[in-house]
Ligand binder design. Structure first.
Ligand code: HT7
Ligand code: ZN
Length: 868
């Protein structure tokens, strides 16, 4: 298929003012009658030419088309694979269409589909066209009124966006409900639900004194897993008022949880639909990470109510306008309400594990892509996470106050509009006076810029200089980016030099900055708080890194120093192991780890847990020209084992000291202590000692919360051969205990698929036939298959068995759900980083996918890009 280009954007020929939908759910399908008030778009050049009306539709059985009440004969319109064209229409008219759709047969989970407890919608990006004929593009915004009719006993809950304006009983045990949304919206924000669900209700009083009715709808019997999400919603509402002066504009804010969902959640106006994973939580079934993720996702979808819904995207190339900005907002919310230091570390860890590889691989694209074949393939780490980094840099460049003024200006200018990333940046520029011309490169170019720094010290002049050189081989030219680099200088005793902490603005390819009155050669701390999403090279010595790890007050850069130290050791060890030599682990690193571990009260348990977690294999692999996954895996595990042996007493002491002292709460403080205790447990189990296995078994059996229970299970699942019986017993017990909780079963699948044991592929193959697995459920697919695809050493097995298995799974899945199949196909992205033998196997798997009859556009785009 031909790519869709940003350069080809033209405004819509017709606008739609109002939409009335009548949705009649029946056993033989759902009949949707849509009445659209259409008007020619006077602002376009084509308006004078009486253009045809072209609407989008997919898998619709068209029963009737009428213009201004006159049913059209079939000869008056044309329907092809994906469009309805009416050649001649008046400048203003009412279009009525009647279609039948089959939600029970909708396995793609896009449009209107069946899940366990009823019917749900997912319309972003282009699902609305699977419900009725429409101009399915975000710059067509309309006022929607919806009436749903369904069997009352089977589907007692009937919901749509906006306010309830009517309801009643109908013949044959049926009922109806009418909802009216007072806000204009693009159709991707449309939602409706007809289901049997329980509801938790609450209210929120806004700053201006309005009351918002809150409701969370979940599968019957799960109400006790809703309170955390409700609290998160109220916290988000209060935070957005405080930080950005943004108040909830709705009378009703509803969240509906569904177990079959392609992504995390969806911000439909006033009727969010969520994956159960981001709603349901109770201490015995959800981990600290789950609780925190729920906070973040609830906040994210709520924040979209302004950044995405009140001001939306002109076209899908502008996706980061709403996603990058909303991720930045949810990150800030998480930092303010949880633990700012650790939040930033985790964000960067995530960026390096997912976005940096994406930017270096075949799916590299700008934050604002210039072209796509399938838009669903562009809900990426680049659009979301790098997009958030770009917004964060804007705040760094102009300061927090001006950023807030820029947000105010953005809403003042564009409330109710569909706009572009340029419009957002123009508002920021107007509020701050900052010229963002050069900065726009961050939106335009793919690839991660590499910044190389060098330093010089002139003792006589007491002058220290830093010279930076930047390059991005993936960019379309060699022009430099505007890069903010936060810097501090430290003396040899680890004291930060006063007056020398600055944000340097790189604007040239090579640029030198001077620091005067510097008494002795300092140690620079570069890119504090990760002030720009770049790769930064500086020839740090291990001693300098050790100093920064101990002394840097910026927690990100303290952590970064430790990661740099560990990275250097693991990469050296990888080379040694590949060459048949034994790795060497210097005592200085062990000593630094010991200092961290024994000093956790002062530095914070959550920080120390992050600092003692070695860089992940995918992140490390990016630093190698050719990856030997076995050697890399052995090297990283070798360092873990070395620390486990050398610091056994310290790990055991910290493990004991961090034991819980009161009842479980998912607070930041408790979560930090549990995180560190479980890091200790993981290290302790690296030793081949029965006592350590017993420790893990005891924790597993005695835990009163899922965080500790699952950490013990994960440690056992990765333990060596001697722990096999303990491992199998724990896995069997866990399934036995939790088979009724779908989200816990996902953890059980994931912990096996991510295991480093050599027979993991065989286990995963076996699990695809287990009753717990279901290829139709995205959560199950992600838990088992995507986790396996991210298991560097097992997925990239030298004999190609991982690749061959995966290709077959993708084919099977593609026939049901191309969006999810395509996300699995992304696991092949980095195949060219491996040796020739592995590459040959990966190429064969990709070619078999390419040649698979009926392959979707979604998977096709990923495979073609991968094959390059
Ligand atoms: N804006 C939402 C995106 C989304 C989505 C996109 C494609 C297919 C299914 C989807 N479900 C949700 C989610 C968000 O970023 O808030
Ligand atoms: Zn979003």
């Amino acid at each position: 298929p031909a790519p869709i280009l940003l350069a080809d954007y033209t405004p819509p020929a017709y606008l739609i003012d109002t939409v009335h939908l009548d949705v009649d759910l029946r056993a033989d399908g759902t009949v949707v009658t849509a009445t659209l008030a259409c008007v020619r778009n006077a602002g376009t050049a084509a308006a004078a030419t009486n253009p045809p009306l072209v609407l989008d539709g997919e898998e619709l059985e068209t029963l009737e088309v009428a213009v201004d009440g006159q049913v059209l004969p079939a000869s008056a319109y044309r329907i092809d694979a994906e469009t309805l064209t009416i050649a001649t229409v008046p400048a203003r008219f009412t279009l009525r269409t009647k279609v039948r759709i089959q939600p029970d047969a909708n396995t793609q989970l896009s449009g209107f589909y069946r899940s366990k407890d009823g019917y749900f919608t997912q319309c972003e990006a282009q699902g609305f066209r699977r419900i009725t004929w429409f101009a399915d593009r975000p710059d067509v915004m309309a006022r929607f009124t919806v009436t749903l009719h369904a069997d009352k006993a089977a589907y007692p809950v009937l919901l749509a966006n906006g306010n309830p304006v009517g309801q009643g009983d109908e013949a044959d045990g049926r009922h109806y409900a009418t909802w009216e949304d007072p806000f204009k919206k693009p159709c991707y924000l449309f939602a409706m639900v007809a289901a049997k669900l329980d509801v938790l209700r609450d209210t929120f009083a806004t700053a201006s004194g309005r009351t918002v009715q809150l409701a969370i709808y979940v599968e019957p019997g799960k109400l006790d897993q809703c309170p955390h999400a409700m609290e998160a919603l109220k916290k988000s509402m209060a935070w957005d008022e405080r930080r950005f002066g943004l108040e909830c504009d709705l009378d009703h804010y509803m969240i509906v949880a569904v177990g079959d969902f392609n992504m995390g959640a969806m911000e439909n106006k006033g009727l969010n639909i969520f994956n159960t994973k981001y709603v349901l939580a109770r201490p015995d079934v959800a981990t600290d990470v789950d609780f925190e993720n729920i906070d973040r996702v609830v906040a994210h979808e709520y924040f979209h109510n302004w950044t995405g819904n009140r001001v939306t995207c002109r076209d899908w190339f502008q996706l980061s306008l709403k996603e990058g900005l909303t991720v930045f907002r949810d990150q800030e919310f998480g930092a303010d309400t949880h633990n700012r230091d650790v939040a930033r570390i985790r964000e960067v860890r995530g960026l390096r594990a997912a976005q940096f590889p994406e930017d270096a691989g075949p799916m590299a694209h700008p934050v604002r892509p210039a072209s796509y074949i399938e838009i669903n393939n562009f809900y990426t780490a680049t659009v979301y996470e790098k997009g958030a980094e770009v917004v964060r840099m804007i705040q760094t460049l102009i300061g927090r106050e001006a950023f807030r003024a820029g947000m105010d200006e953005y809403f003042r200018r564009h409330d109710g509009q569909a706009v572009t990333c340029d419009d957002f940046v123009a508002a920021m520029s107007a509020a701050s006076g900052f010229d963002f011309t050069q900065f726009m490169r961050w939106y335009r170019e793919p690839g991660t810029p590499r910044v190389t720094a060098a330093s010089a010290y002139d003792a006589q002049a007491r002058r220290y200089t830093l010279t930076f050189t930047q390059a991005n081989p993936k960019a379309s030219d060699n022009a430099p980016y505007l890069i903010p680099i936060r810097v501090a200088l430290f003396d040899a005793q680890g004291q930060e030099l006063e007056g020398h902490s600055r944000t340097l603005l790189l604007t040239e390819t090579t640029q030198t900055f001077a620091f005067d009155n510097v008494a002795s050669a300092p140690v620079p701390s570069l890119l504090r708080d990760f002030s720009a999403p770049v790769l930064l090279d500086y020839p740090y010595t291990p001693a300098e890194l050790t100093l920064l790890l101990a002394a840097e007050s910026d927690p990100f850069n303290a952590w970064e120093a430790g990661q740099r130290l560990a990275t250097g050791l693991i990469l050296e060890a990888t080379a040694a192991i590949a060459a048949g030599r034994a790795p060497v682990w210097p005592e200085s690193f062990t000593a630094a780890a010991r200092t961290l571990l024994t000093g956790y009260e002062a530095r914070g348990a959550a920080f120390v847990a992050e600092a003692l977690t070695l860089p992940g294999e995918a992140t490390l692999a990016e630093l190698l020209d050719e990856v030997n996954p076995d050697a890399l895996h052995a090297a990283r595990n070798g360092l873990r084992r070395h620390l486990a042996e050398a610091l056994h007493a310290e790990f055991a002491a910290a493990y004991a000291a961090l034991a819980p002292t009161g009842p479980y709460a998912p607070s930041a403080d408790q979560a930090g202590r549990r995180a560190l205790r479980n890091v200790c447990l993981g290290y302790l189990l690296e030793r081949d000692a029965p006592a350590e296995r017993q420790r893990a078994q005891d924790q597993y059996a005695g835990a009163d919360n899922m965080t500790d229970q699952f950490a013990a299970l994960a440690a056992l699942a990765n333990a060596n051969a001697a722990a096999r019986p303990a491992r199998e017993a724990a896995l069997a017990d866990f399934y036995q205990r939790w088979q009724g909780e779908a989200l816990v079963v996902d953890k059980w699948l994931a912990v096996q698929a991510g295991s480093r044991l050599p027979d993991t592929l065989a286990t995963v193959q076996r699990l695809t036939a287990h009753p717990a697995f279901d290829l139709s459920n995205p959560n199950k697919v992600y838990a088992l298959l995507r986790t396996f695809g991210a298991n560097l050493v097992r997925f990239h097995a030298a004999d190609g068995s991982g690749y061959a298995f995966f290709a077959e799974q993708i084919k099977a899945l593609d026939a049901r759900n191309p969006q999810v199949a395509s996300r699995l196909a992304r696991c092949f992205d980095r195949w060219k980083k491996f040796d020739a033998g592995r590459q040959a196997h990966a190429r064969a798997a990709l070619e078999s996918l390419r040649d698979h009859p009926g392959l979707s556009r979604d998977v096709g785009e990923i495979v073609m890009r991968a094959l390059g």
